[in-house]
Design a protein around this ligand. Sequence first.
Ligand code: C2G
Length: 128
Amino acid sequence: MKRVITYGTFDVLHYGHINLLKRAKALGDYLIVGLSSDEFNAVKNKKSYYNYEQRKKILESLRFVDLVIPEDNWEQKVSDIKEFRADIFVMGDDWEGKFDFLKEHCAVVYLSRTPDVSSSMTKEFLLG
Ligand code: C2G
């Protein structure tokens, strides 16, 4: 059982997120998503349209997501990797290199980001 972990806000879920999550799951057998809390979003200077519970419900409905846990801070990744016995840490390559310190705990994989789609683009379009 190879366990994969990834983190993010995943607001206004779009095919860029789906591409990332699907490829992350394909690297193993079990995918854990650390979902940024509303409070942590504020730390990241992000305001999500959907709140944590709504974003969690959406992610949990995806057949290739096995577990959603809260991401409350920048520091929890090492303890999460230990607690959930993650073998692989995955992020989009907009984070390339930023999490290499995790390599002493698990494999670290950066997957190519899907171009031309983002939650903010969607929001801008809908706001007209
Ligand atoms: N992503 C992607 N393609 C896009 C948009 C996002 O592959 N067009 C990926 C990002 O690279 C990230 C994941 O989808 O791996 C979630 O993206 P965000 O919700 O924007 O996550 P972010 O705010 O970058 O939070 O501790 C890590 C942070 O919580 C990451």
